[in-house]
Write a protein that binds this ligand. Structure first.
Ligand SMILES: Cc1cc2nc3c(=O)[nH]c(=O)nc-3n(C[C@H](O)[C@H](O)[C@H](O)COP(=O)(O)O)c2cc1C
Length: 211
């Protein structure tokens, strides 16, 4: 079936992410994460998608980093995937919620011990005089926590983007790309004159867009 005929964005997302896993040389789950700071100035950087389901799309970070502070300040974000090998793009926008402590612990504990220690050692996004200082801090954390039972730092956890819209883009010949956007944003859904279809019981409405 042509992807533009699909009615469930989550199953389409899963398929495209799996295709990317097969095709991309590394980090098929990497996405650009956009936030805004307190003055409304946009900011963007890459993160890794570490979970997704009906509730939304999860990434983890240091809450005291620039992105952490911006995410906490606005409690909304956008995410963009681009898979060059597949010539596909997915865009996701929506409000943020924090993942539960249990969910964050489970993911944190699945990480390599050095990555767990790194979460303690790095004052993410704040100035670092020299790399040796970071290495020394890592050694300090290793002496303190060892390599087995490393607790999750209180300033490190995950956010979940609760999608209000998910857009799928596939490259087409001569820039005549295919775009569809699924939305459950009230304002969008009210705009029935644009020809959007309601997604039946999926709770999503769908609209094809000009490239
Ligand atoms: C492919 C890739 C994946 C990344 N994944 C994460 C991530 O999941 N979480 C994170 O905090 N930083 C991640 N980073 C680093 C961020 O892009 C960024 O440099 C860092 O988090 C500081 O961003 P900030 O100053 O905007 O907070 C990743 C970088 C790349 C290139």
């Amino acid at each position: 079936m042509d992807f533009t005929e699909r009615s469930d964005p989550l199953s389409l997302f899963n398929e495209w992410l799996n295709d990317a896993k097969d095709k991309e040389p590394n980090d098929h789950n990497a996405a650009a994460l956009a936030t805004v700071d307190a003055k409304g100035m946009p900011n963007v950087r890459m993160v890794l998608l570490k979970g997704h389901d009906q509730r939304g799309f999860v990434f983890y970070t240091n809450f005291e980093s620039a992105k952490g502070r911006e995410a906490l300040g606005a409690m909304k974000a956008a995410m963009g995937f681009h898979w060059k090998s597949l010539r596909r793009q997915i865009r996701i926008r929506g409000p943020l919620e924090m993942v539960s402590d249990e969910e964050a612990d489970a993911y944190f504990n699945s990480r390599h011990p050095q990555s767990r220690l790194g979460a303690w050692a790095s004052d993410q996004s704040r100035p670092l005089a020299k790399r040796d200082d970071l290495v020394a801090r890592l050694q300090e954390m290793e002496a303190k926590y060892g390599t087995d039972d490393i607790p999750r730092p209180p300033h490190w956890s995950g956010f979940r983007i609760q999608p209000q819209s998910i857009e799928f883009w596939q490259d087409g010949e001569f820039r005549l790309h295919d775009r569809i956007v699924f939305s459950r944003d009230a304002a969008f859904n009210a705009d029935s004159e644009t020809g959007g279809e309601t997604g039946g019981d999926t709770g999503w409405s769908k609209q094809r867009l000009n490239p």
